[in-house]
Write a protein that binds this ligand. Structure first.
Ligand SMILES: [Zn+2]
Length: 455
């Protein structure tokens, strides 16, 4: 699709390395890239009555760089609000999640993911990392195209107008001690890591909005002697490598019982950690684990709204940052899709734990939600309002019921996804006046979820 050059005049824009937003910023875009960023100081303004910026389109509110949702399981969106009737924990929730997984095929998955990714676009998310393990038919047999489910996700992101990093997850066993996949888990498995690598290597979508990365589902799902195959596949291609890590104390206990070390130590020993690796959650690390993660320059993706929803616990975000770990954010199970909520939870959860305020500056929260997140998904040229960067611009209104009277620097403590007014992805307008331009998000969500939850 051709992209027209454009000049945008942001009432406020949050520029890289700035502690707070800058007023009156002219942002010029061509071929999907930012070509100029010019703060209009009083001295640079033309005399009254002369408007050389007449052709610039005003962006009232605060314009942010595109937000990156680093950890998503699109189909979990079908469970929102359906799992709160009884008691239970992560493991009882997981059984309900498997029941939905069992109902999906490439067509129903496309419809559901398209609506979910469009919901993300409405929330200012310009790139998503889909941690994908629904590979095969419910009985474990391959589709005619063994990557048909991944292809459905690629198409879904194209329809929704956002970029996608498909993190194809190796998922081979159901427990740390190597029990076989059973029931709804059978469709996750490729048999062994070599066959996983063969299938993923054959998946090479040409679309410019997608790149393919790798994932180790967890130490529960990939035996120790197969971890290096996945790590090498990613390293050879300089592809992002993600892994669920220590979300639950039970995973730590089982790993210690079977392998005599923590999940982090096991992953380090088998070459999984490193600067292109992102550990998801890391809610229950030891002090030594944090040192290993920091020293190996492994990032951590926090998913606070899911971690609270599933009663996982609070990850030690400040200690992670102090260990040199780069933090990013994900909405994971999509209990909510709102990176403002994820970002402020990083600070607010620390306050609950420590009974003190002021652990992360607002600019730190923006960095986690934007540039660090994009880098964790392999898009190092996105997430900054800077010359040469991808033209992803998210404009949030400052005149709504939640944001009126809030100073722009306080946005992350006031706004919700519902305050996003306009979203530009790679220079194209995807959301305008709070509406997605090509997807009727509520109607499509309702229909797609009905199709996979109908009794
Ligand atoms: Zn996850």
């Amino acid at each position: 699709m051709p992209v027209t050059p454009a000049r945008w005049l942001a009432e406020y824009a949050w520029l890289p390395e700035h502690a707070e937003p800058t007023p009156d910023v002219l942002i010029e875009v061509e071929d999907g890239r930012i070509t100029a960023v010019t703060p209009l100081t009083p001295g640079s303004r033309p005399p009254a009555g002369v408007d050389v910026y007449a052709d610039a389109v005003p962006l009232p509110g605060l314009t942010l760089p595109g937000l990156a949702n680093v950890h998503s399981h699109a189909f979990h969106r079908a469970l929102r609000g359906r799992t709160h009737g009884g008691r239970g924990d992560f493991w009882t929730w997981r059984d309900q999640m498997y029941a939905v997984a069992d109902r999906l095929d490439p067509d129903t998955y496309l419809a559901l993911a398209r609506a979910v990714y469009a919901e993300m676009a409405l929330a200012g998310i310009t790139c998503v990392g889909e941690f994908h393990y629904l590979h095969h038919r419910p009985d474990g047999g391959a589709y005619d195209d063994p990557n048909a489910m991944g292809a459905a996700l690629v198409e879904a992101a194209a329809h929704a107008g956002i970029r996608l990093t498909l993190l194809d997850a190796c998922y081979l066993t159901s427990s740390v001690d190597g029990q076989a996949l059973a029931g709804p888990q059978r469709r996750f498995g490729d048999g062994d890591a070599a066959r996983w690598a063969e299938r993923v290597a054959a998946f090479q979508p040409a679309d410019s909005h997608v790149r393919v990365g790798a994932a180790v589902h967890s130490v529960r799902a990939v035996p120790a002697d197969q971890l290096r195959t996945v790590a090498d596949w990613a390293r050879d291609r300089r592809a992002p490598l993600h892994v669920h890590l220590s979300e639950q104390p039970a995973e730590n206990d089982e790993c210690r019982a079977v392998h005599g070390r923590t999940p982090t130590a096991l992953l380090a020993e088998h070459g999984v950690l490193g600067p292109d690796t992102t550990a998801v959650h890391a809610t229950h690390p030891t002090s030594a684990d944090l040192t290993v993660l920091g020293d190996s320059r492994t990032g951590v993706c926090l998913c606070p709204t899911t971690e609270r929803d599933l009663a996982d616990g609070i990850g030690p975000a400040r200690r992670m940052a102090d260990a040199g770990i780069r933090l990013s954010l994900g909405s994971d199970s999509h209990a909510v899709i709102d990176l403002f909520e994820e970002a402020r939870a990083v600070e607010l959860d620390e306050r609950l734990r420590t009974r003190r305020r002021g652990h992360f500056a607002p600019a730190d929260l923006l960095t986690a939600a934007s540039v660090t997140g994009h880098a964790a998904l392999g898009w190092a040229d996105a997430g900054r309002i800077a010359v040469g960067a991808r033209a992803d611009l998210v404009t949030v209104r400052l005149d709504g019921p939640r944001t009126a009277g809030v100073p722009p620097v306080g946005l992350f403590f006031a706004a919700t996804a519902g305050d996003v007014a306009q979203v530009l992805v790679d220079g194209r307008v995807v959301v305008a006046e709070g509406q997605h331009l090509s997807v009727d998000v509520p109607a499509e969500l309702a229909a797609a979820i009905e199709a996979v939850t109908r009794q």
